[in-house]
Design a binder for this molecule. Sequence first.
Ligand SMILES: Cc1cc2nc3c(=O)[nH]c(=O)nc-3n(C[C@H](O)[C@H](O)[C@H](O)COP(=O)(O)OP(=O)(O)OC[C@H]3O[C@@H](n4cnc5c(N)ncnc54)[C@H](O)[C@@H]3O)c2cc1C
Length: 382
Amino acid sequence: MTDSQRVLVLGGGIGGQVAATRLKQKLGRDARVTLVERSETFVFAPSLLWLMVGKRTPATISRNYSSFSRRGIEVVHATVTAIDSAASAVETETGRLEYDYLVIALGAALDPDRIPGLAEHTHHPYDLASAERLRDALAGFQGGQVTVAIASLPYKCPAAPYETAMLIDGYLRRRGLRAKSRIEMYTPEPLPLPVAGPVAGHSVAAELGRRDISFHPRSQLEAVEPGALRISGESIAHDLAVVIPPHRPPDVVAQSGLGGPGGWIAVDRSTLRARPGNVYSIGDNTAIPLENGMMLPKAGVFAHAEAEVVAENIARRIGGDLSETAFDGHGTCFLETGGGKAGLARGDFYASPLPDVSMYRPGRSWHAAKIGFEQYWLRRLL
Ligand SMILES: Cc1cc2nc3c(=O)[nH]c(=O)nc-3n(C[C@H](O)[C@H](O)[C@H](O)COP(=O)(O)OP(=O)(O)OC[C@H]3O[C@@H](n4cnc5c(N)ncnc54)[C@H](O)[C@@H]3O)c2cc1C
């Protein structure tokens, strides 16, 4: 083993934090682990939905990166501007960084400008500033038509738009405004969570139905006008529109030469290795096709599990052991349904010929478990 091994982790979100932490724990002084992250503050995205309905503040779901430096991880706050895998180097706003091993965990970028009017006339809870604006709009809402729509696929967290609709339902009930409101949900998908199969999809659709949320599958958002969305040829007026914006790969990923379908990075689905062999890609910036023709969902649970596998394999290689552990496609997702309850989807997304996913009915214990998941992230990992 040599002390000159340089491991560079790009992106300090869910995948990057786990990768950097585990690499340092496993390698100690035998490697220099550097985490490159443009933002000074990490926001735990799943909690944005609670912030939207007034149950969290920005401070309670945000952390800085000081604990990483204390653990011996070098943190560079800079934007990555180019990945040159032929030269085993990365360009950042503050200089060039060379590596022996690279882990790319730059996530998915939001692309609201792809649809004219989207940014001006609609809300979403997918980043902190937008979730705060939606919280304020909900606080001022006095009843009327709420439209929740998914602009396009893929998007982060298959459950989050459905949780958004159900949490808004619960919020309006709490404020005594539900009888004065209609909630309608539109998606291009044939069912909620289509990747998880029809049982999961019908069970989420039934939860929407129980809350009197009208569900419109196979509905394509075409244009945004002030006060109305044009969806599949129809103009649908609203008093409040919540639209999950289009997503795209970060520019630096799309321009890296590592891009596969749609510009997302193609990897070996077991080892998460991209080409060349000292480059790994995890989390939302990665595209992993499944046997049902769909992609592995963009979700923190997968970014986390992939990071564990990649850290272990890089540590083994640096230690001279060429055996590899594999990411097995298992994942668990809590689905907030409002009123202090959550359901759970859990399964094997690599199962053949179809993902094997079980749904657990909403209850208080899954909601409590989701809070435990949040606190693990915000208190233990960081
Ligand atoms: C509202 C909402 C609810 C969600 N709920 C859940 C849930 O309940 N369960 C679940 O599993 N998942 C959930 N997710 C999805 C989850 O947050 C993401 O899938 C997960 O964060 C992906 O991890 P990642 O490391 O790939 O990317 P990210 O966590 O997005 O991290 C990427 C990081 O890269 C940084 N970055 C990007 N470009 C650059 C650059 N050029 N230079 C430097 N830094 C850069 C970003 O600042 C960011 O910190 C939710 C997401 C949202 C928005």
